[in-house]
Design a protein around this ligand. Sequence first.
Ligand SMILES: Nc1ncnc2c1ncn2[C@@H]1O[C@H](COP(=O)(O)OP(=O)(O)OP(=O)(O)O)[C@@H](O)[C@H]1O
Length: 312
Amino acid sequence: MASTEAVIQASGLTKRFGQLTAVDDLDLRVRRAEVFGFLGPNGSGKSTTIRMLCGLLLPSAGEIEVLGCQIPRDAEALKRRIGYMTQKFSLYEDLSVLENLQFLATVQGLDKGAARQRIAELLERYWLSEQRQQMAGTLSGGQKQRLALAGAVLHKPDLLLLDEPTSAVDPQSRREFWESLFELADAGTTLLVSTHYMDEAERCTRLGILDAGRLVADGSPRELLDALPGQPLLIECAQPRQAQRALHGCEQVLAMAQIGAALRVMVNDETARQPIEQRLHAAQIEARISRTEANLEDVFVAVTRQPVQAPA
Ligand SMILES: Nc1ncnc2c1ncn2[C@@H]1O[C@H](COP(=O)(O)OP(=O)(O)OP(=O)(O)O)[C@@H](O)[C@H]1O
């Protein structure tokens, strides 16, 4: 159970790049041992926010406190207490797995004995013992990501910030990676993780959804589902794109998005069915319309008005 103690507290956080406001007056609070998921369309400001929270990027305005450190003032002290991992592999490709971890241990100031023990523990925990002498550049995507996680937690950080850590790996590796994240959360680590995957978002204890730099939703997955303004209808037909065009501007439609071969349409209530059927009929589209359970994809579409863009 997450405690109420705030590990991250930001208010009025803003980042401007020239004319562009990438992060716009953001208030954020993440509590101890939460797994806080950060969602948002491409370019909505997730990475920029995470980089400001780590002290890697100076805010244009706003206050940040992370683990009691004022950022950017105490950014150096914070570095020793957080782990940061991005989708881009940031370790040395021409060093072995072991050498990479040894190097990081030196940078983190671990003494030799402690480092040896911790590295052995992490190699085992993240299934890398057999690859210890292998050059990091030759590891598979999933192995690289596990090595990056081992590197990020080497110094046992209280807070782990992960920027789309699973965007380059297969579904099985993603599941294993999330198991590792929950192990860390169970041990008391607070996690903030950005993702485009709805199955990952569902597993978070709390979610923040960004749109054009603004926080447009903040709550547990259940709370966000309960706050949905309507109910979703599933429209299955051979031409979902044409169906989407036919329904464009229909006043009963609150939001819609093509998900796979179907169209999910958010409506106020069942009375929307008739005008939707009429429009589809007028466009000569044969479709099967049914009620469906609301999911986080619907929340995402409703608050950002954009379909989810998972990485290829
Ligand atoms: N150093 C920079 N200079 C200028 N513009 C930048 C810089 N860094 C980010 N931006 C812009 O800020 C906006 C937010 O980018 P950011 O990378 O934070 O979004 P994101 O939500 O992480 O996107 P994605 O999901 O695609 O990774 C984008 O329009 C981006 O082009």
